[in-house]
Design a protein around this ligand. Sequence first.
Ligand SMILES: C[S@@+](CC[C@H](N)C(=O)[O-])C[C@H]1O[C@@H](n2cnc3c(N)ncnc32)[C@H](O)[C@@H]1O
Length: 248
Amino acid sequence: MANLELAQLDAVEWLKSLPSASVDLLITDPPYESLEKHRAVGTTTRLKVSAGSSNPWFTVFPNARFAELFSEVYRVLERNSHFYLMCDQETAFVAKPIAENAGFKFWKPLIWDKCTIGMGYHYRARYEFVLFFEKGKRKLNDLGIADVLTAPRVRGGYPAEKPVALSETLILQSSSAGGLVVDPFMGSGSVGVAALKLSRRFAGNDVSDSSLAHARARFAQVGGHEGRLFAAADADPAGQRRLALVRP
Ligand SMILES: C[S@@+](CC[C@H](N)C(=O)[O-])C[C@H]1O[C@@H](n2cnc3c(N)ncnc32)[C@H](O)[C@@H]1O
């Protein structure tokens, strides 16, 4: 039985194709606008693409699209669920009110402590944020976990790759075995690897060919069986063709 479904679309367009209230947990790490700033001063990882490419970076997802993104994230999530957004401090200030406007309760930024210092001229960078949002009311599975999550940074991997261990904590805290975890900007698939390792199902999406190839290879190593988690369904009343979730 399939435990994995992948797509290669614009994140918002893909989310629009998913049924409402079908996702147990959404964790994501969009290529936020301020990455461009880090790039300009050489403080972030270069995207590895063919030498012939004129743009060796992610296509940035503009802050101006956060409203449509968060409203789709809110719609696809189950009634009582969590949403984690990985970002830097600059994006956090922009994203928080837009996500609240979409209906989320903002609890706090979790700190991802990368254990070693990186680049930067105004105190060397050692952490990033994981913004913790809630739809409805959902208790964390373990109330004893601290809001600082320690996981060594990934070196030499996919650009901006996050450690699997970081997502493992979030998944253990905010979903149950068999639940559906989603990442619309999956990159190397670190969220999906964590989900599959922990016996969750995973639906992932990314616009990039290299992401799909890279993530697919990783998922195969942790028991990923690709197939349909969402089956074709009739158009909803608004005329939008949506998919229905196939329950395991
Ligand atoms: C910061 S990376 C994600 C890294 C990932 N968390 C990991 O651990 O590897 C952002 C990803 O978003 C993808 N992306 C950029 N624009 C997109 C869009 N409009 N829709 C979907 N994916 C997009 C990029 O190709 C890139 O793989």
